[in-house]
Design a protein around this ligand. Structure first.
Ligand code: NAD
Ligand code: UFG
Length: 350
């Protein structure tokens, strides 16, 4: 198949490109490079032993176009020149805190961008899309594990709301035109990196999320981890989340792609998680073990908007997609640590 991957130079996008290319698919990436660098896609080419093309040669397996998803003309040109079978849509802004201060930017980029992409897909008679959603659309669930049938809502920030709005738009679109084939994938907490250590998550500035923060403490770039509260009603008082290795997460996309391929009309929602929750203290210990480095920490106030605990029910994805996450916390931490160390070496060489 030939896939259009929006946001394909980002963290999850690059890992997806690797897996798609390894499976023999052709990949056209569009990204405006607002939160990533082209170098990441060059590493994808290295890992997969492919040439990175600029679109001049349409038969290249991996092609990059620097394009914003809101650029209709560019999208039309891409859909005209490439015979795309399906779209995997990662492009979007994702910083929860920033979204509170820049709501219009988030809605314009994520919601308007997705509408334009969908309109241009429709114009090109292309109706298969996988959308990156998030477990935060469930808000603060009454019970765990979270099933796909749980209500959505109780959202506290524009980022998560932009994802829920897009989900609703996609549902309406499918109702209006059942020829669409759509998967909404609700990610729990993606972490880890490709085992090669060549690609991974590389946030600019001080990381907001736990795993990148811990790794920078282990590297000595940050002094200590701030644990946002240890008085939650959880087994050790710290927040519990369902961390999933990014390679497992990506394999969930390939399973979704196969599933959509067998359907004439479908809108399905799947959780992508492991079904296991880990606390912040457990994450700290696991990373200390993987890296051999101490992770100094202090417990501070709870972070506004955080919920105590959640993890996925994976039963539906297992049954329908035949997909199940394989990697444990140790592998997630080891792969993150390898990537962090190699990334520092690589940056020194630039
Ligand atoms: P990322 O920021 O690394 O990748 C997103 C990519 O999209 C970036 O390369 C960025 O440059 C690009 N982009 C942003 N706006 C664009 C636009 N208008 N046009 C073209 N390109 C644009 O993020 P990621 O972690 O790889 O996340 C991928 C998707 O998964 C996002 O939609 C995100 O909201 C969603 N998601 C991520 C997580 C997570 O924890 N990483 C969790 C749940 C959902
Ligand atoms: N935490 C700390 N210190 C930190 C960072 C996080 O104690 O410096 C704690 C949090 O309080 C939480 C846990 O670590 O208990 C995980 O926090 P993250 O910020 O890593 O992840 P969240 O579950 O808050 O949210 C993430 C993304 C969202 C996404 C969601 C579900 O930030 O965008 O996962 O996919 F929607």
């Amino acid at each position: 198949m030939k896939l259009l991957v929006t946001g394909g130079t980002g963290y999850i996008g690059t890992h997806t490109c690797v897996e798609l290319l390894d499976q023999g698919h052709q990949v056209v990436v569009i990204d405006n490079l607002s939160n990533s660098k082209l170098g990441a896609l060059e590493r994808v080419a290295t890992i997969t032993n492919k040439k990175l093309g600029d679109g001049q040669n349409l038969i290249d397996d991996l092609i990059f176009h620097r394009t914003d998803i809101r650029d209709r003309i560019a999208l039309q040109e891409i859909f005209q020149s490439h015979n795309i079978d399906a779209v995997i849509h990662f492009a979007g802004l994702k910083a929860v805190g920033e979204s509170v201060h820049k709501p219009l930017e988030y809605y314009a980029n994520n919601v308007t961008g997705t509408i334009i992409l969908l309109e241009e897909m429709a114009r090109a008679n292309l109706s298969t899309i996988i959308f990156s959603s998030t477990a935060t659309v469930y808000g603060d669930p009454e019970t765990v594990p979270i099933l796909e049938s749980f209500p959505t809502g109780g959202i506290t920030n524009p980022y998560a709301r932009s994802k829920l709005i897009i989900e609703e738009i996609l549902k309406d679109l499918h109702k209006a035109d059942p020829s669409w084939k759509i998967c909404l994938l609700r990610y729990f907490n993606p972490v880890g990196a490709h085992p090669s250590g060549l690609i991974g998550e590389d946030p600019s500035g001080i990381p907001n999320n736990l795993m990148p923060y811990i790794s920078q403490v282990a590297l000595g770039k940050l002094e200590k981890l701030k644990i946002f509260g240890n008085d939650y009603a959880t087994r050790d008082g710290t927040g519990v989340r369902d961390y999933i290795h990014v390679v497992d997460l990506v394999k969930g996309h390939l399973a979704a792609l196969d599933y959509l391929h067998t359907k004439k009309s479908i809108l399905s929602i799947f959780n992508l998680g492991t079904g296991r929750g880990s606390s912040v203290y457990e994450m700290v210990r696991a990373f200390e073990q993987a890296s051999g480095k101490p992770i100094p920490y202090e417990v501070v106030e709870r972070r506004v908007g955080d919920v105590a605990e959640y993890w996925a029910s994976t039963e539906y994805a297992e049954r329908v997609l035949g997909w199940k996450a394989q990697y444990n916390l140790q592998t997630m931490c080891e792969d993150t640590w390898r990537w962090q160390q190699k990334n520092i070496e690589n940056k020194k060489m630039l």
